[in-house]
Design a protein around this ligand. Structure first.
Ligand code: CP
Length: 311
């Protein structure tokens, strides 16, 4: 079996193109399983996966849980609201106690950058980052890349525009690293107050005018604007954000003819994306969700070190 170069998936920064290619190619076969009447394989039988969510999630949490079940793994779901975190138990004590019950892999979402890396230092399990602070959300970017590759047959040479809160978006960060490694041309667009210092170090074109950024784009991946950034004074009002950076039908005229609209969810309809665009025939937003399950099956399988179908 071909192996990934790491036993954890913490982010896409520095991940070699061969690893990304292997995950996307492996996803292809699991995507086919999702079309079968019986969507189940014995691949991870006997493996126990902990889903450790310290932040809310709909898509990522359910998608990982379903991916684990489709591969016949045993799953344990942890949420802070029903755990002894409420009594002040630390992250280290929490995971070491759960690991003492014999788990093999952990999927973690946490509000603090670096929490998945911290777990690699105090657990033996394979660790998968399901989103950490403003750092990375690697499986989201992998499912975005898989969805784009499926549509165009390639990533190399496509122009992908990532619109939103460039400073705080972990989805944007993972997309930048993954897409650039696979040869796409990446453009970033958002308010100057939400652009990181020295944005040019990402090696992408950066724009504060949406129409300029959209010129000639193949794919527009629109990020949720986090409304708490408004309270922090980083943009004046939702109305102004929508006027300057909201994607509506009028704006799509600047894109390439065969354009694609993406959003990782959850969406603020009428703020960063109009309903007409979100539900339009170029939107692949629900395909992203379906593909996400297959990507997560691929990542779990490849990190587990299991031979296909075996133990
Ligand atoms: N895209 C994404 O991470 O969505 P959730 O927060 O619902 O998991």
């Amino acid at each position: 079996m071909s192996r990934l170069s790491s036993r954890h998936l913490l982010g896409l920064e520095g991940v070699p193109a061969e690893d990304i290619q292997l995950i996307l190619d492996t996803t292809e076969s699991f995507r086919e399983v999702l079309e079968r009447r019986i969507k189940k394989l014995p691949t991870l039988r006997g493996i126990t996966v902990l889903n450790l969510f310290y932040e809310p999630s709909t898509r990522t949490r359910i998608s990982f849980e379903l991916a684990e079940k489709r591969l016949s793994a045993d799953t344990v779901n942890f949420s802070t609201s029903t755990s002894s975190v409420k009594k002040g138990e630390s992250l280290r004590d929490t995971v070491q106690n759960i690991e003492a019950m014999k788990i093999d892999m952990a999927v973690v979402r946490h509000g603090s950058t670096g929490a998945p890396y911290f777990l690699t230092q105090c657990m033996d399990s394979n660790i998968i980052n399901a989103g950490d602070g403003a750092h990375e959300h690697p499986t989201q970017a992998l499912l975005d890349m898989y969805t784009i590759r499926k549509r165009y047959g390639k990533l190399n040479g496509l122009r992908v525009v990532l619109v939103g809160d460039v400073m705080h978006s972990r989805v944007i960060r993972s997309n930048i690293w993954g897409l650039k490694t696979m040869g796409a041309s990446v453009a970033l667009c958002g308010p100057s107050t939400l652009m990181p210092y020295e944005v040019e170090k990402f090696g992408c074109d950066a724009y504060t005018h949406l129409d300029e950024a959209l010129e000639g784009a193949d794919v527009v991946n629109i990020m949720r604007i986090q409304l708490e950034r408004q309270q922090a004074g980083l943009f004046p009002s939702q109305r102004e954000y929508t006027k300057l950076f909201g994607i509506n039908k009028e704006r799509l005229k600047r894109l390439n003819k065969n354009y694609t609209i993406m959003h990782p969810g959850p969406m603020n309809r009428g703020v960063e994306i109009s309903s007409e665009v979100a539900d339009g025939d170029r939107s692949v937003i629900l395909d992203q969700v379906t593909n996400g399950q297959a990507v997560r099956m691929a990542v779990l399988y490849l990190l587990s070190g299991r031979e296909e179908g075996g133990e």
